[in-house]
Design a protein around this ligand. Structure first.
Ligand SMILES: Cc1cc2nc3c(=O)[nH]c(=O)nc-3n(C[C@H](O)[C@H](O)[C@H](O)COP(=O)(O)OP(=O)(O)OC[C@H]3O[C@@H](n4cnc5c(N)ncnc54)[C@H](O)[C@@H]3O)c2cc1C
Length: 424
């Protein structure tokens, strides 16, 4: 099967890996030149790392840090509110909870997609190739240079501002501002160790994931990445100025950060003073849409289910999409006829994909509207997406259980097995 993927972010590259391994010919069209260095880190939770490790991800090469403890603490006193020992996460869930520099993760995915050594054919990536039009019936995309490209399956992985939603559900659903934003910045660990005022804060924080809670609306998430050479900060705060376009490169002054977090503990303020190159990320929200596919077109990642950063699951959910598609569209590499799917077969498999993914990702979208210690805010809305008999988690340990314990490839295999059995 010929596959076109619009967008080469985490969702697009991961999906490309899944489908190449399933035996398909994959082309990725990416708007940017991939030259943009983005200073941010991201969680790769066990529900995602189990997929990536299965595909051959090399954790050391990607400079991933394993989480060993998670702490929710009061920002002014640093007194822990909830503390969770994560040293057994890997054993409990069968895969580690990693913290990654976004550029490292992206490079590792790109390598897995394009390497000549992996399963299937290397993915072709076309840079500076902006998709300006989709055709769900024909299975085509039009690029900004007016060229039209056809495939059996077109995958929109072009992020929260995708126009593919219009072609799937018949109208656009633009994401809206939540009135909140997140500061994002990295500080070198070496620099913090050099200063006697900040050194004690980083001497024992390898693998420690912290959420410092100031009040209902201001939180500082702090964790190491890139072999702990960098400390990553995400400062969620109210901001009525933010618009409804996600611009990752909006820079702000460090004094804006200090002013938002002025009531934090003095040692935290000493750390924040060292921040430079601070970016502000507007927090946008879009409700779950009724379906993710029509004809030959399917949405994945933020295009399908954008979410706020409170659960740290945006990237992981994109990787789950990719893991599910890789299984559901798998054929036998030794039997080329199994890889030629009719439009009817493609549609049936896209239904399977949604069976595996829709409720799980929609619940995660709703969960992500609040911190893991504030589940009362989302309980009622999220319940409709929980499977029969399952309850919405109520505390950080329960969220960890729900989010991390899921094996998307196993669920997809079950769906595919049932589908193939009823067909034969
Ligand atoms: C810079 C950045 C930092 C982030 N940090 C975090 C984090 O710390 N924690 C977290 O949970 N989530 C974070 N996220 C969100 C998280 O990464 C996403 O939920 C997840 O990566 C899924 O992304 P995606 O590939 O669906 O979308 P995106 O990451 O937005 O990628 C979309 C890709 O499509 C390309 N594209 C867009 N339009 C077109 C077009 N018309 N034609 C061709 N290509 C197009 C873009 O250039 C981009 O490469 C971040 C996202 C970004 C962009």
């Amino acid at each position: 099967m010929k596959v076109i993927i619009a967008g080469g972010g985490i969702a697009g590259l991961a999906t490309a890996i899944g489908l190449r391994r399933a035996g398909h010919q994959v082309k990725v069209f990416e708007r940017s030149a991939f030259l943009r260095e983005v200073g941010a880190a991201i969680h790769v939770c066990p529900n995602a790392s189990r997929v990536l490790l299965d595909w051959g991800l090399k954790a050391e090469e990607a400079r991933l840090v394993s989480v060993r403890r998670s702490v929710v603490a009061a920002a002014n006193t640093l007194k822990p509110i909830v503390e969770t020992d994560c040293s057994s996460i890997s054993r409990r869930f069968g895969a580690p909870w990693y913290l990654a520099h976004r550029v490292d993760l992206h490079s590792a995915l790109r390598c897995l997609a394009t390497t000549k050594d992996g399963l299937g054919l290397p993915v072709e990536i076309f840079l500076r190739s902006e998709v300006v039009q989709y055709d769900a019936d024909e299975g085509s995309i039009t690029l900004a240079d007016s060229s039209v490209h056809y495939a059996d399956l077109v995958i929109a992985a072009d992020g929260v501002h995708t126009t593919a939603v219009d072609h799937v559900i018949g109208h656009s659903v633009p994401p809206v501002s939540t009135g909140s934003a997140a500061f994002r910045f990295l500080i070198s660990t070496k620099e913090l160790l050099k200063d006697p005022e900040t050194a004690p804060m980083v001497t024992d924080n390898d693998g420690v994931f912290k959420v410092l809670v100031a009040d209902d609306s201001r939180r500082l998430v702090w964790y190491p990445c890139a072999n702990s050479t960098l400390q990553n900060f995400v400062g969620i705060h109210p901001d009525q100025q933010v618009g409804d376009y996600e611009d990752w490169n909006l820079s702000v002054d460090v004094n804006d950060v200090l002013s938002q977090y002025r009531d934090n503990h003095p040692s935290i303020l000493a750390i924040l003073k060292k921040a430079n190159n601070v970016k502000r990320w507007p927090l946008l929200y879009r409700d779950p849409i009724p379906t993710w596919h029509r004809g030959r077109l399917v949405l994945v990642g933020d295009a399908a289910h954008p979410m706020l950063p409170h659960q740290g699951q945006g990237g992981a959910q994109a990787i789950e999409d990719a893991g599910a598609l890789g299984v559901i569209f798998s054929g036998s590499l030794s039997d080329p006829s199994s890889l030629h799917l009719t439009i009817d077969d493609i549609n049936k498999r896209l239904v399977l994909f949604e069976n595996v993914r829709y409720n799980r990702a929609s619940a995660m979208q709703i969960f992500s509207n609040a911190g893991q210690d504030e589940s009362w805010k989302i309980r009622e809305r999220a319940q409709q997406y929980m499977s029969a008999g399952a309850e919405v988690p109520t505390s950080p340990p329960e969220f960890i259980e729900h989010n991390f314990g899921y094996d998307v490839q196993e669920k997809a295999r079950e769906q595919l097995r049932e589908f193939l059995e009823t067909r034969s």
